[in-house]
Every structure is written in structure tokens, then in C-alpha cells.
Design a binder for this molecule. Structure first.
Ligand code: SF4
Ligand code: SF4
Length: 381
């Protein structure tokens, strides 16, 4: 492939195995297929396994896409080991078997004699110093990921309550250990989190990026949104190029309005306009998923530069829906600022909450809802 920002898009109407295989073969073929030369003897498929949810909830990368990619690799002549892995939200790491079973990952690898499904933390962590990083100058990441000679990013197309969308680059946030993730969330600045995600992505950028957007998630993703048929599979060597195109598909007129895509463009790792990208396989004018529900927030009415600064006042904030709370205490454990105490239900200290929404994301019942700030409600009237 010669085009730096080449993205292929294939239509796929279901997760039926043959159809996914053909659509994925088409998408990969259009970006040059699997490289035949200089391939290492091991591939790491970095999936999105955020939580132990069944595939039809659209929280995780679908197993049909994973098994299709394993077959494609084999049919291209690759005979080495394939490891399918991710780090789930840190409270699920002790539920490895349950996670891999419920998300369908055991099924995805079962017909291949040299593919395994696991979690990234299984092989331990490595602590790195990166003085040139903007946020994470000291960081701890999965050893398996850091040392992988060839990473294939297998992301899921979803909305995200904090970063607007989660697709290929955000999928790399999962390589960090719990403390590094908490460090990324330590302030009210959305730019801090986005720059931390870019710092993590730059550790070992995936060689190929696949986006599972056959069923996407709309609304308040990445955990509590609604599955939405989108019928799209994308492939590219550049994660940000896929995310740019994905944002267009989700109805963002200018993907640079999304702080993560904007900052990545400024740091020189992604496109800075649609004209930088070559899209093949679909007419860009027919890309948009009609009526796709973005996350609940009107803060996107503000210019991107102001949104980073004004996050504290305009961001969504967590609110407990008492009737749905099972008092599990997960929100207390994930909060990077220790802003939640059980009394006996969770109580949030608003003076120290940074609105990172980790409590919302990891709440197993959806009891920690997100609400828009009254200033933004007024602006929208
Ligand atoms: S709000 Fe959610 S995470 Fe927190 S205690 Fe209740 S059910 Fe558990
Ligand atoms: S209370 Fe929730 S939103 Fe606030 S800092 Fe803690 S985890 Fe983040």
C-alpha cells in the first residue's frame, strides 16, 4: 500500500460467517491484503473486550469478525500463532473465563489449532519511561502488547460518553494497567485523556486496523448505549484514518470536532481533513448511517478548543438512579479521584469529581446514569 490514509469500506448485512468472511476479504484486499513478506511468526489480534457482554449487545468485537480474520490469515499462508486478546475494564480481569466465553472469543478460536483467546494482562506488564509523551511520561502497559511484533487492531464502532466515539485509536487505551488508566483520567480536561490515549497508541501502533461496524452502538456508549445496525466493515493501515471515516458515518459533519481526532491530527499521526483520505469500496456520499444517535451532550456546539478548556462546566456528569443500584461498589473502585463513598448507596463528592464517567462506564446495571449540565441545556433552548 502506498497511500498513507487509505481506508476501505465493505457493506455487510449480518454476522453470518460466510458473509463476514467475504466482506472482510474484500475490505482487506482493497488495502493490499495480508503482507506476504517479512511476516513474524506470531500475530496479536487486539479486540475490544470491555466487559463480559454477549455479542448482540454491541459492546465487544463480534466473534464472527475475529474467526473470519483468523481464516483469512490462514488462507493467505500464515501458519504461526494467533493470539486474540484485550484487557477488559479492570474489574473484570478476574473473570477471564467468563469474559472470553460470554463474548464468544472461545468460539472464535476453537476451529483453529494455533489460535488462542486470552486477556492482555495474562503475560504481565512492563513499565516504560517516555519523556516525549505529552501526558503519560511514565506508563505501565501489557507486556504481551508491547512486545508483539505485529498487532492487528480489531475495534468496535461505538459512541463514547466522554470521547464522543470509540473506534480504532481508543481501542488502544485497553493496553494500559489500571493505574495508568486512572492517571489518564485525573483532571477535568478532555484533552488530557485524549493525549494520554495517543501516548498509548504510539507505544506500538497496529499494522492493520479493522473496524467492526456491522452492528454499532449508538447513544450513551461504550457500555450502556443501544446496538444499531450500520452494515459496515472498514480496514486501513492507519487507525486515525478509519476513525475519521467512522465519525463521518456516525453523522459528524467535521470529524475534527472530536477532540481525539483533532489532537491526533495536530500530533501528525492522523489525517486533518477528508481530502487527505482515499476511501475505496463505498461512495463517501452514501457513508452516513441515517439518524444515528450520538452521545447525549450538546457540548459539541462549542468550538473544539473551548471544549477542552470548558470540560469542567459543560461535560456530562454522573447521577445515581437509586432503583437500579445493587450496591456492588464497582463505581467506588473505578473512580480515579476516590470521589465516591458508599453510604449505604454511592454518594458522589462533586467538589472532586472530574466527570471522567468511569463510574458510569463500569456500572454493571446502568444505575450510574449520565446527565447534561444545566448550562448546556440552556444553550440548547
Ligand atoms: S451505582 Fe452501579 S456500580 Fe455503583 S454501587 Fe450501584 S450498581 Fe454498583
Ligand atoms: S465520580 Fe465518576 S465521574 Fe466523577 S471522578 Fe469518580 S468515576 Fe469519574
Amino acid at each position: 500500500m502506498t497511500d498513507k490514509f487509505l481506508v476501505s469500506v465493505s457493506r455487510c448485512s449480518s454476522y453470518e460467517a460466510d458473509e463476514v468472511y467475504n466482506a472482510l476479504a474484500d475490505a482487506l484486499g482493497k488495502i493490499g491484503g495480508w503482507p506476504k513478506a517479512n511476516m513474524p511468526d506470531e500475530l496479536l489480534f487486539k479486540t475490544n473486550l470491555l466487559a463480559p457482554k454477549p455479542p448482540d449487545k454491541a459492546v465487544t468485537t463480534h466473534p464472527s469478525v475475529v474467526s473470519a480474520l483468523i481464516k483469512l490469515a490462514r488462507n493467505s499462508g500464515f501458519s504461526g500463532k494467533i493470539t486474540v486478546a484485550d484487557s477488559p475494564g479492570h474489574l473484570h480481569t478476574d473473570k477471564k473465563e467468563e469474559l472470553l466465553k460470554i463474548t464468544g472469543m472461545f468460539d472464535a478460536v476453537k476451529d483453529d489449532g494455533n489460535a488462542v483467546a486470552t486477556i492482555l494482562s495474562d503475560a504481565g506488564f512492563v513499565t516504560l519511561k517516555r519523556p516525549s509523551n505529552i501526558i503519560l511520561k511514565d506508563l505501565t502497559v501489557s507486556k504481551r502488547y508491547y512486545e508483539a511484533p505485529y498487532v492487528v487492531n480489531m475495534a468496535k464502532l461505538k459512541t463514547h460518553v466522554e470521547t464522543e466515539i470509540t473506534a480504532c485509536i481508543k481501542n488502544c487505551f485497553g493496553i494500559a494497567d489500571t493505574n495508568t488508566r486512572k492517571k489518564a483520567h485525573l483532571s477535568t480536561s478532555i484533552n488530557r485523556l485524549c493525549n494520554a490515549i495517543i501516548d498509548l497508541y504510539s507505544i506500538n501502533p497496529p499494522k492493520i486496523n479493522i473496524l467492526d461496524g456491522i452492528y454499532a452502538m449508538e447513544g450513551n456508549g461504550p457500555t450502556h448505549g443501544k446496538p444499531r445496525f450500520a452494515g459496515l466493515l472498514m480496514a486501513s493501515e492507519n487507525a486515525l484514518a478509519v476513525d475519521f471515516v467512522a465519525a463521518k458515518a456516525m453523522g459528524y459533519k467535521d470529524p475534527l470536532d472530536i477532540p481525539l481526532i483533532n489532537l491526533a491530527a495536530k500530533r501528525g499521526i492522523g489525517p486533518s481533513s477528508m481530502s487527505d483520505i482515499t476511501i475505496i469500496g463505498i461512495d463517501p456520499d452514501n457513508l452516513e448511517i441515517k439518524g444515528f444517535a450520538k452521545r447525549a451532550s450538546s457540548s459539541r456546539m462549542l468550538p473544539t478548543w473551548l471544549r477542552g478548556w470548558a470540560h469542567r462546566w459543560v461535560a456530562l456528569s454522573p447521577h445515581l438512579q437509586e432503583v437500579n443500584c445493587i450496591r456492588c461498589g464497582v463505581c467506588v473502585k473505578v473512580c480515579p479521584k476516590s470521589a465516591i463513598k458508599m453510604n449505604p448507596l454511592p454518594e458522589i463528592d462533586r467538589r472532586i469529581c472530574v466527570k471522567c464517567l468511569c463510574c458510569h462506564e463500569m456500572c454493571p446495571t446502568g444505575a450510574m446514569e449520565v446527565r447534561e449540565n444545566f448550562i448546556m441545556k440552556l444553550l440548547r433552548m
